[in-house]
Design a protein around this ligand. Structure first.
Ligand SMILES: [Zn+2]
Length: 424
């Protein structure tokens, strides 16, 4: 299968800053300016519509500096002005607010789940333009990569966005080496060792960023969800796969070998009859994964027609006491793990995502168990909250992985880099 015509021209190499050798700058000047553009663009993303005066106040730069930056952003087509609210016009000079121009750039987001893959096209403001979902066929990594790339190409052709496509954010469960772009560990053996990033780059002709789905979701939450403005939080994902993402001091923390947040085999002080794929019987994964939870429910007498956690929660709601007990126990095991994480990282917020959100009535059991497990976070129950994004946000969250690189240094890429060079 050949690379789609024009794809590499439309894409931007995320790894190569496009600073012009003809315009040398002092290291400090460049770093400061990069930071200023990044902070202003990100403030418009999270707080827009916002006026220049309010941006200046929020980021601590002079109104003149903000006007200059916003003018460049307008020229590059990355932001646009919107109608000021009526109270803004009443007080003399209107404070014309700006927002991210969603047509400025777009990215692809790919989430590789257990049986299905979602591919979405995401605009510069992090919103989904269009999405497609495919069922994974076979277990050959080459075949799965080809199938995914074909779906992505079809989506790009169907939507044909106006601005350039910046790159592809891809997320998958398990342990991902973000530097090498390789899946190191996964509950499905065929993904172990898969060079997913290079495979997709080759097929799509676009730069690809690969990371775990929990980290992708944490990023989206920090931009547009329940963790907006929060500097330190943990995102815990409980579903077919179990994992977490650590957001420390305003950034996703990958760890020395991309393994940070691997909570799946943390002991939760329970001995199950099932052996985990890690070899143990007391770990979080084997205690609370969807598969184990359903098996336990069936063994305890819940009908085998109940095949998902959503079904199980509905059965419990309909009066099935056994289903309710299984879900309550699951929530408590997660509480054990969350209490330990609270001690380890002292977060401001702990967000829960995945199938654990089916049956929110057990959240109090989880909170109570976390509170009785922790030694240093007596208020842990108050900081445990459900994610605002469901499973349907996973392709969008994957796209956020690329947008995050972009927002960190928008000057390194056209069209902003081009506008700045012309001005110099
Ligand atoms: Zn395990």
């Amino acid at each position: 299968m050949s690379t789609p015509a024009g794809a590499s021209q439309r894409g931007v190499d995320l790894s190569q800053p496009s600073t012009s050798p003809a315009a040398p700058r002092s290291w400090q000047g460049t770093t400061l300016r990069r930071r200023n553009y990044s902070v202003v663009l990100r403030t418009i993303l999270t707080d827009g519509p916002i006026s220049r005066v309010d941006i200046a106040r929020r980021v601590g730069l002079t109104p003149t500096a903000i006007t200059s930056i916003v003018t460049s952003l307008l020229k590059a087509g990355l932001v646009k002005e919107v109608q000021p609210p009526s109270e803004g016009r009443d007080r003399g000079r209107p404070k014309v607010p700006v927002v991210i121009d969603p047509d400025g750039l777009s990215v692809l987001g790919i989430f590789i789940g257990g049986t299905h893959t979602s591919v979405g096209l995401i605009d510069l403001s992090g919103h989904l333009i269009a999405e497609t979902e495919i069922e994974q066929v076979g277990t050959s990594v080459d075949g799965l990569v080809r199938q995914t790339a074909d779906a992505a190409r079809e989506l790009m052709d169907a939507v044909s966005p106006t601005g350039p496509i910046l790159g592809v954010g891809t997320s998958i469960g398990g342990w991902v080496d973000t530097d090498q772009g390789v899946v190191l560990d996964h509950v499905q053996p065929h993904w172990v060792g898969a060079p997913l990033r290079d495979g997709l780059e080759e097929r799509l002709g676009l730069p690809v960023v690969l990371n775990s789905n929990a980290r992708a979701m944490a990023l989206l939450e920090s931009w547009l969800g329940a963790a907006k403005g929060v500097r330190n939080f943990i995102y815990v994902s409980i579903g077919a796969l179990v994992g977490s993402a650590l957001f420390i001091d305003g950034k996703i923390y990958d760890g020395a070998s991309s393994a940070a947040g691997a909570v799946d085999h943390l002991s939760v002080r329970v001995r199950t009859k099932t052996q985990c794929f890690c070899g143990r019987r007391d770990c979080l994964h084997v205690a609370v994964s969807d598969e184990t939870t359903l098996r336990l429910a069936h063994q305890a007498g819940v009908p085998t027609t109940v095949t998902s956690i959503r079904d199980l929660a509905e059965a419990a709601e309909g009066g099935d006491d056994v289903a309710a007990r299984v879900l309550r126990n699951r929530a408590r095991y997660v509480g054990n793990a969350v209490g330990q994480l609270a001690d380890l990282l002292n977060p401001e917020l702990i967000l829960l995502g995945g199938s654990i959100l089916n049956g929110l009535e057990y959240l109090d059991d989880l909170r109570q168990r976390a509170a009785s497990t922790t030694h240093t976070a007596p208020d842990v129950a108050d900081i445990i909250r459900p994610s605002v994004f469901g499973r349907s946000a996973l392709s969008r969250a994957s796209g956020a992985l690329v947008l995050n690189s972009y927002y960190r240094n928008p000057l390194a890429h056209p069209p902003l880099g081009r506008v700045i060079e012309i001005e110099e």
